[in-house]
Each structure stands twice: as C-alpha cells, then as structure tokens.
Design a protein around this ligand. Structure first.
Ligand code: FAD
Length: 388
C-alpha cells in the first residue's frame, strides 16, 4: 500500500494520466532544467501538448475536444507537475484561456471559437489582472467605450499567462467607470490586432518555462467579439477561475508529491550520527506529517474535481482545494529542502527548482488570502441567510 492517498481513476481517466506520464518521461522532464535556467518558453512542448490532445482534453467532444472529465485533467496536471512544473503551468494556462469560451451562451459563437482551439491550434489567454487590480478586479482601469459599431478598449493587463504566444486574449474591461462589477464586460481581442502590444515579458523567480506578459491595449473590437455584456464579465471570470483553481490545486499536489518522494529517497540513504536520516525520529515524524497532509490535499482536490464533473457549484470547494493544496505544497517543499540540507539549496537539485516554482500557486488565480475571503463570505452567508 502506498503511503500517500491515490485517486480512483476510471479507465478513460487512467488513459489520460498514462499519456501524461509517458510524455513527461520522454519530453517534459528532460527539458525542465534547461527551460528553467534559460527562461525559455518551449514551443515544441506546446506543440506536443496539442498533438497528444492534452491541450484540448477538457473541451467537449462535440467541439473537437477530448471530452475528458476534470478528474482526468487533474490527474494529467498533477502528473506533469511532478516532472516539470512549468509544463503543468502551460497546460493550466491553455485551460484557463478556454474556460470563458465554455461559458458562452451563444452556441454558434462558442462552436466557432472552440473549433479554432481544437482544429486550428489557437491559444487563448485570460487577461483579468492589472497592476492595481489583482485581488480586486472590480476596480480595474481598462476601459471599453462604444466606437464605430464596436468597442474601443484602452488599458493595460498584467502578469498574463501565455502572453506573447497567444492568438487571442479574453480581456475584461470596465464599460462604465465607477460602476464596479456592474460595468465589467468581456471581449475577445486578436493578439495581432492594431493597438495590442504583448511583447513585454516578466523575469520570474519560478515557473520560468512559462510566459507571463504585460498586454498594452488601445484597440478596437467588433460587437461580435463581445463574450460577456456589461455586468456579466466578472461572473464569466469567476466561473472560469472556479475550474482553474482546482487545476492549480492539482498542480500544487504534483509538486508536493515530487518533493516528498525526493526527500524520502534521500532520507533513506543519507546517514548522520551513524544512522539513516529516516531513522531519526524527528525526521520520520516530519515525513509522516507530510504524507498525511499530501493525502488530505489530494483527496480534497479530486473531490472538488469530481463535484464539478457532477455539475455541482464548486466555488467554495475549489477555493478550499486551492488553499489547502497550495499551502500544503509550500510546507512539503520547504521541509523537503530542509531534509536535503545544503544539497537542497543548490542547483541542479530539483527541490531547489520546486521551491521557486511552487510559490506562485499561492498567488495566481487568487491568493491564499482571497481564497480565505471567499470561504469566509460563504460561511457568513450560510450563517446569516444572506447572499455570498
Ligand atoms: C506567474 C503569474 C501568472 C499569472 N497569470 C495570470 C493570468 O494568466 N491572467 C490574469 O488575469 N492574472 C494572472 N496573474 C495575476 C494574479 O492572478 C494576481 O497577481 C493575483 O490575483 C494577486 O493580485 P495582485 O498581484 O494585484 O495582489 P494584490 O491584490 O495587490 O494583493 C497584495 C497582497 O494583499 C493581499 N490582499 C489583498 N486584498 C486582501 C483582503 N481583502 N484581505 C486580506 N488580504 C488581501 C493579497 O492576498 C496579497 O497577499 C498571474 C500572476 C503571476 C505571478
């Protein structure tokens, strides 16, 4: 029996998992050190994700996707994160960009846009955050004003995953300054359109094989590219993030598992004071706590995914899964690095990279504080009979 809880996967979910495991061994793991060191976005990996079907695995079969469950998606992200966290970040970015399209009510538009992803290999990035509006997107400063039968969008979006490599951006913008969430709409912006500059890339501490860009906007979008009308934009953004957060939780679990296994392997062969590290009770107990916490984080993550697959409202469960998994992952990797001692602090120890890669799982798609805020609001609503 394994010491960490394992999800029960259906045959179809297992098939997706095994495909991810095989690609990880053959392609993703061998690139992990190089893309981290050079901060290179691996276009060949993106192509492999497309060719294998992983890039579009969670899109409906009727639109050319793989029709996979969220449980299968989590199994894939978790598996890939164990060998190359950046690659799991690329998968998650592709998924987050597609999420708003899945929420479209206009079936014709939805079909046309999803076909672009599944048949033409187009990539979409999710552009919500701004330099002064991350946790509080209702205060965004990107403005959309009606112009010539469409909309002029002016502003700047920051830290956008896949920026500079995407074909399209889902841009959330304020249509009525001062109206807060009541004025926010969503637009599909062509990355190559006049007035879109996505060339400024961030220099990151971790996840260095992913691309993160600032998007400068002074561009025009036709009416047909309005994805959510004023007042509906944030609902679309939050609905997308509910699913995305479960994926980030799976990513965090994958990194925790990788660090845990490395630490156990080391503790079972390194000797101090005449005995193996694992035989020092302080370290053995530490590993026991880590195993129990990873099991709990994984179980919650897969339960949240299963609930989503069963059409439940997962906003609170997704926040809990992301909070627990990302903070567990933080503690596990920190402890793993400590078990390696000096050897954990230097390259090319994968724990050193995991330590940097993991940190953002507590920040993107809503910080840990924002997950706590969401959960606290739900508790309050439950206790007082109010709305969230
Ligand atoms: C690598 C990377 C990739 C990203 N990818 C994307 C992307 O693809 N698309 C996108 O739109 N965004 C993306 N982001 C942005 C990310 O979602 C935001 O950075 C995040 O939501 C936090 O916003 P902020 O940085 O503005 O922090 P702030 O909102 O300024 O928060 C600063 C600190 O204050 C805390 N805080 C804020 N409000 C409260 C409160 N009410 N109570 C308690 N604490 C609070 C926060 O938790 C945080 O610790 C990415 C960020 C990174 C680093």
């Amino acid at each position: 029996m394994d010491v960490v809880w394992e999800p029960q996967l259906s045959a179809e979910e297992r098939r997706w998992h095994d495909l991810a495991a095989q690609l990880s061994v053959e392609y993703f793991a061998p690139l992990a050190v190089e893309i981290d060191a050079s901060q290179r976005y691996p276009h060949e990996t993106v192509q492999r994700l497309r060719d294998s079907g992983i890039a579009t695995m969670a899109l409906p079969k009727q639109h050319g996707g793989g029709g996979a469950s969220l449980v299968a998606y989590c199994a894939v992200v978790e598996e890939i994160a164990q060998s190359c966290a950046s690659t799991s970040g690329i998968v998650a970015t592709i998924q987050l960009g597609a999420a708003p399209l899945l929420l479209l009510r206009d079936e014709q538009l939805k079909r046309d846009l999803l076909r672009g992803l599944t048949e033409r290999g187009e990539a979409v990035s999710f552009a919500l955050s701004e330099r002064n509006a991350g946790s509080d997107p209702a205060s965004m400063q990107t403005i959309a004003t009606p112009e010539s039968g469409g909309w002029r969008i002016r502003g700047q979006k920051c830290w956008i995953g896949g920026g500079g490599a995407a074909h399209w951006y889902v841009v959330f913008a304020q249509t009525e300054p001062g109206a807060g969430k009541r004025g926010i709409a969503a637009f599909l912006v062509d990355a190559k359109a006049r007035g879109v500059d996505d060339s400024r890339l961030e220099d990151k501490m971790g996840m260095r094989g992913t691309r993160t860009a600032t998007i400068e906007l002074d561009t025009w979008v036709e009416h047909a590219r309005v994805l959510a009308p004023p007042g509906e934009g944030l609902r679309m953004a939050f609905g997308s993030l509910d699913v995305g957060r479960i994926g980030v939780a799976a990513q965090a679990c994958g990194m925790a598992l990788a660090a845990f296994r490395l630490a156990v392997g080391y503790a079972a062969k390194r000797r101090t004071f005449g005995q193996l590290l694992i035989d020092h009770q302080a370290l053995g107990f530490n590993l026991a706590d880590l195993a129990a916490r990873i099991s709990a984080a994984r179980a919650l993550t897969y339960e949240a995914a299963k609930a989503h697959d069963n059409y439940a409202d997962v906003s609170v469960l997704a926040a809990q899964a992301k909070l627990i998994a990302s903070e567990t992952s933080h503690d596990v990797i920190d402890a793993a690095l400590q078990i390696f001692g000096g050897a954990g602090y230097v390259k090319p120890n994968p724990v050193e990279r995991l330590y940097r890669d993991q940190r953002v799982t507590e920040i993107y798609e809503g910080t840990s504080e924002i997950q706590r805020l969401l959960i606290a609001r739900a508790i309050r609503a439950h206790a007082t009979g109010g709305s969230v």
